[in-house]
Design a protein around this ligand. Structure first.
Ligand SMILES: *[C@@H]1O[C@H](CO)[C@@H](O)[C@H](O)[C@H]1NC(C)=O
Ligand SMILES: *[C@@H]1O[C@H](CO)[C@@H](O)[C@H](O)[C@H]1NC(C)=O
Ligand SMILES: *[C@@H]1O[C@H](CO)[C@@H](O)[C@H](O)[C@H]1NC(C)=O
Ligand SMILES: *[C@@H]1O[C@H](CO)[C@@H](O)[C@H](O)[C@H]1NC(C)=O
Ligand SMILES: *[C@@H]1O[C@H](CO)[C@@H](O)[C@H](O)[C@H]1NC(C)=O
Ligand SMILES: *[C@@H]1O[C@H](CO)[C@@H](O)[C@H](O)[C@H]1NC(C)=O
Ligand SMILES: *[C@@H]1O[C@H](CO)[C@@H](O)[C@H](O)[C@H]1NC(C)=O
Ligand SMILES: *[C@@H]1O[C@H](CO)[C@@H](O)[C@H](O)[C@H]1NC(C)=O
Length: 494
């Protein structure tokens, strides 16, 4: 055999070995050939710096300041490529490799080159959260994809885009024009404060959106028509904004199934404008947690939520009452009120005193109930809760926690377990919430007071008639004249 032939065979084996090692992805140092200037230079392969296991590449927390060159990447299908927690500032185009989920979270990215994600095959999820992207740097060309006959250079497969925790205060109106398939958009924790018209157009252009997160964006209002084009929007998060009343524009989101309005400064939810809660006939889940100013949930507050299955109103320290008919709707007068098919009810950590029987139509349909940490009043108005609901369904719905429910009122029951009173006929409170026995004492006291006061007053009156309290020539008549004159003088000022 010719020795040159021998060398070629050895070389071929060596190359095969390197390739196999790469595929096995152990953590030894390996090198990848990079073609630059026509000469061969060697750069460490990505898998020698990061963890490559199965279909995943984990380059998290490596203090990377620069991108890997195309040749450093292993050319194989990657389910997840994570560059979380590095020091990347400037994103350059990624190579032509299949990466399903690309995580660039927690870097310092301020700039992304045009067409940066164009070559990536099958990119379905892109996480750019916790970076320093500004409105100016997020141009539509950044997300430009490959040429297509049916859409405008789409990132065809992109379904999830996370832009949370950046520095966006507005969006270019065409920024999402290449993302016709996007279903989940996360814009939470940005600096919007209001959705201006450009931003509104940008978001509305995503007609296939199913989930939108706009929480913690400082929003006071939502623009009219914002949700009009969303035929598939199922989940909307608006927590931690500055909404002061329930946003009526949500009626346009006809497909909405889950709505989060936690931590908004809403005070009143009632049945008339502007407190009226929007009618959302498909809504199944409503969360109203941690609302420091919420005081009132009035009659028919949620009557437009006819499919509601899960209601959470928790951690609202000023919420003392929820109306009996808050969930009922009276639209069909002929048939009486209609209630939604509630399965999960969380009313914990409020200041509630009563849970009326009528609040839920079918307590037996409930699957979960949380009533912890309220100011339950153990009087006749809570007889249903204490003597029927808890004994019958308490254990099933709340487990042992049921025994930790305590009375806050009236004084004679304060601190007792609700469950310990289940066999008692509870007394009704009078208006002041005081004990009738005490009232009787007060009444007698008042009577005695009046009886004593009459003779004293009479005596004083008689003395006064006789001029005892005035010196010199003054008598009652002059006193009243002086008084009259003073008022006349006062009136001249007006
Ligand atoms: C292998 O990596 C270590 C650090 O992980 C480095 O110190 C060493 O120089 C590398 N060896 C080669 C041959 O590149
Ligand atoms: C490429 O070649 C040019 C000159 O031919 C040289 O200046 C440059 O440093 C080379 N780059 C690399 C990466 O070798
Ligand atoms: C990254 O840098 C920080 C601070 O300089 C250091 O504490 C940490 O060990 C570095 N991490 C790695 C993986 O090199
Ligand atoms: C990776 O492999 C595919 C085919 O398997 C090829 O089309 C593509 O160009 C390769 N990418 C790189 C960066 O070599
Ligand atoms: C993209 O992924 C799908 C399955 O999720 C697969 O059928 C398809 O071949 C992939 N496309 C490319 C270009 O690899
Ligand atoms: C949006 O991103 C934030 C921060 O990463 C995260 O906490 C939140 O759960 C995300 N929202 C959705 C709907 O995934
Ligand atoms: C009102 O009642 C009619 C028939 O009794 C029924 O078809 C209709 O769906 C009801 N409307 C509502 C809003 O419940
Ligand atoms: C209330 O229930 C708890 C747990 O069952 C029990 O430990 C406690 O003694 C009860 N308190 C009263 C006042 O009944």
């Amino acid at each position: 055999m010719d020795y040159r032939c021998f060398i070629t065979v050895v070389l071929a084996f060596a190359i095969a070995e390197v390739v196999a090692n790469n595929a096995n992805a152990n953590n030894e140092n390996k090198t990848a050939a990079a073609q630059t200037n026509g000469t061969e230079t060697e750069l460490p392969s990505l898998c020698s710096v990061c963890n490559c296991e199965d279909d995943n590449v984990d380059c998290a927390n490596k203090n990377l300041t620069d991108h890997f060159k195309d040749a450093q990447w292993p050319n194989k299908t990657m389910k997840v490529a994570s560059f979380k927690g590095n020091l990347l500032v400037h994103l350059k185009p990624f190579p032509q490799i299949e990466i399903r989920k690309l995580i660039l979270q927690k870097n310092e990215i301020t700039k992304i080159d045009h067409w940066a994600f164009k070559q990536i095959i099958n990119l379905t999820e892109l996480d750019l959260s916790h970076n320093q992207l500004t409105s100016e740097n997020l141009q539509p060309q950044v997300f430009e994809g490959k040429f297509s006959m049916v859409a405008y250079e789409p990132l065809e497969e992109l379904v999830i885009l996370n832009l949370a925790h950046n520095m966006l205060h507005s969006l270019h109106q065409d920024v999402f024009e290449h993302m016709s398939s996007l279903k989940v958009l996360n814009l939470s924790w940005n600096l919007f404060t209001k959705i201006d018209s450009r931003t509104s157009i940008a978001i509305t252009s995503l007609q296939n959106l199913e989930e939108l997160d706009l929480s913690y964006c400082g929003l006071k209002t939502l623009p009219d028509g914002q949700f009009h084009s969303f035929r598939y929007l199922k989940k909307l998060e608006l927590s931690g904004n500055r909404l002061t009343s329930p946003p009526s524009v949500l009626e346009e989101a006809t497909a909405l199934e889950a709505l989060y309005l936690d931590e908004n400064p809403i005070q009143i939810i009632g049945s008339s404008h502007p407190h009226q809660f929007p009618a959302m006939p498909k809504l199944k889940l409503l969360s109203l947690c941690c609302m420091p100013y919420l005081t009132t949930v009035g009659p028919q507050a949620f009557s437009g939520l006819t499919s509601l299955e899960s209601l959470t109103i928790e951690n609202c320290p000023k919420l003392e009452t929820i109306d009996d008919y808050a969930l009922a709707s009276l639209k069909n007068d002929s048939e009486g009120p209609v209630w939604p098919p509630l399965k999960k009810l969380d009313l914990s950590d409020n200041a509630l005193r009563y849970l009326p029987q009528l609040f839920v139509a079918r307590w037996d349909w409930l699957e979960e109930l949380d009533l912890m940490n309220n100011k339950w009043s153990c009087d006749c108005n809570n007889q249903y809760l204490i003597s029927r609901l808890l004994p019958k369904y308490g254990l099933k719905l709340m487990g042992e926690r049921m025994n930790k429910l305590t009375c806050a009122l009236p004084p004679e029951h304060a601190g007792k377990n609700l469950t310990s009173l289940s066999n008692r006929k509870l007394r009704c409170l009078d208006l002041n919430g005081a004990k009738p026995e005490k009232d009787a004492t007060i009444l007698i006291g008042v009577l005695i007071g009046i009886m004593l006061a009459i003779p004293v007053c009479l005596t004083i009156f008689i003395f006064w008639r006789r001029g005892f309290f005035f010196c010199g020539s003054q008598n009652p008549a002059s006193f009243s004249r002086a008084f009259y004159k003073r008022t006349m003088n006062d009136e001249e000022y007006y």
